[in-house]
Design a protein around this ligand. Structure first.
Ligand SMILES: NC(=O)c1ccc[n+]([C@@H]2O[C@H](COP(=O)([O-])OP(=O)(O)OC[C@H]3O[C@@H](n4cnc5c(N)ncnc54)[C@H](OP(=O)(O)O)[C@@H]3O)[C@@H](O)[C@H]2O)c1
Ligand SMILES: *[C@@H]1O[C@H](CO)[C@@H](O)[C@H](O)[C@H]1NC(C)=O
Ligand SMILES: *[C@H]1O[C@H](CO)[C@@H](O)[C@H](O)[C@H]1NC(C)=O
Length: 321
């Protein structure tokens, strides 16, 4: 065999190996590698992490992962009782003292309360190392029936409230010359998800805002991470928007549905944060494959998704395959 053939065989073997890895993965290949060989979440010990939407779902379980890693935590959401429950569970791991966890009720839609909240965190801990913008609401609605007010409300909660809080925390991070902003985007921030027009639009917007921020902040030692989960068990569908303004979807996710386990998703989020990755995708197959095809072969993906149709796509989103 000459050198050319050896190189060709090596390249083909490498591609096949990556494809096989991908077929069995529940997250993008960089994150999968980092989970096994990257820095442990222990590097986050004693860091001050502020999580919005910590009373339920991904935010709740991320709080548990970070408590195990010994992070000092600020837990925010609207329901104080639920936040106290999460705090109790965090304390049960024995890594934190009562003083290390601040329960800070905050309605993200009350923009004028953002500055007092930031002040309270800083007066308590003197620093904010990581802000996790996780609070958010999803949607099920037909595009043409969606009230414009729903689009407005979606932008308020999933984009503008996040921008507002981030802008108030950034000056502190810039002053310290270190900091980490984490955005909970979605697979819908990468692909057009049928029956979630306003949600998909809002997550795409967030993605654009943060991709820009990342480049501006790099020389100033501030990291920006976008996390894009696919379907994960949580209470997301209970509080989702519909087509009509002011209405809640009120759907419970059921156990038999094919969605990622919340704990696993939170674990991968923690790895992404500890290793300061720019963007991660966390999803079961075949959604993960859809994201890869959408990113690397957009023309082929566009052709396929249109023809697959709404019903077919929704089967995967609702975990009914
Ligand atoms: N689960 C999935 O399949 C999935 C997939 C992709 C992306 N995501 C994203 O992950 C994030 C977390 O969602 P989840 O699935 O964990 O849903 P979840 O269980 O419904 O949690 C949402 C959290 O956001 C908080 N929240 C909602 N409105 C708020 C407001 N106005 N002010 C303050 N907090 C508010 C809720 O707390 P209170 O009700 O106590 O305020 C709750 O803690 C969202 O950004 C979502 O878009 C989820
Ligand atoms: C950048 O931030 C990291 C922590 O995120 C810190 O350890 C390091 O000292 C900072 N570097 C500079 C130059 O400030
Ligand atoms: C996170 O999302 C907010 C808006 O939702 C955006 O302003 C911000 O730039 C994003 N941050 C990053 C680092 O992507």
């Amino acid at each position: 065999m000459d050198w050319c053939t050896i190189v060709e065989v090596a390249v083909v073997a490498y591609i096949v190996l990556q494809l096989v890895r991908l077929l069995f993965a529940d997250c993008d290949l960089q994150l999968q590698w980092t989970d096994k060989f990257g820095r442990s979440t222990g590097v986050l010990t004693r860091k001050v992490v502020w999580i919005t939407g910590a009373s339920s779902g991904i935010g709740e379980y991320l709080s548990y992962e970070l408590a195990k890693a010994g992070c000092r935590l600020v837990l925010s959401a609207r329901r104080e009782g639920e936040l106290q429950r999460v705090k109790k569970e965090c304390l049960s791991y024995g890594t934190l003292m009562d003083d290390d966890i601040l329960v800070l009720p905050l309605d993200m839609l009350k923009f004028d309360l953002h500055q007092p909240a930031v002040d309270e965190v800083l007066s308590r801990f003197k620093q904010i190392d990581v802000l996790v913008n996780n609070a958010g609401r999803s949607q099920r609605a037909q595009w043409e029936k969606t009230d414009l007010q729903v689009d407005r409300d979606m932008l308020e909660i999933n984009v503008l409230s996040v921008l507002s809080l981030t802008k108030l925390v950034l000056p502190h991070m810039l002053e310290r010359k270190e900091g980490h902003i984490v955005n909970m985007s979605s697979v819908s921030g990468k692909l057009g998800s049928p029956l979630s027009g306003s949600y998909t639009g809002a997550k795409h917007a967030l993605q654009g805002w943060f991709d820009c921020l990342r480049v501006e902040m790099f020389p100033r030692n501030i990291t920006v991470t976008n996390i894009c989960p696919g379907p994960v068990f949580s209470n997301l569908l209970k509080g989702s928007f519909t087509e009509n303004s002011g209405e809640l979807l009120g759907v419970e996710m059921k156990e038999g549905e094919k969605r990622m386990n919340t704990r696993r998703c939170a674990r991968l989020c923690a790895v992404a944060i500890a290793n300061k990755l720019d963007e991660v995708w966390i999803a079961l197959q075949p959604i993960l494959l859809f994201v890869y095809i959408g990113q690397y072969m957009p023309t082929i993906a566009g052709w396929c998704f249109k023809r697959a149709g709404v019903k077919f796509m929704m089967k995967f989103r609702e975990g009914q395959h």
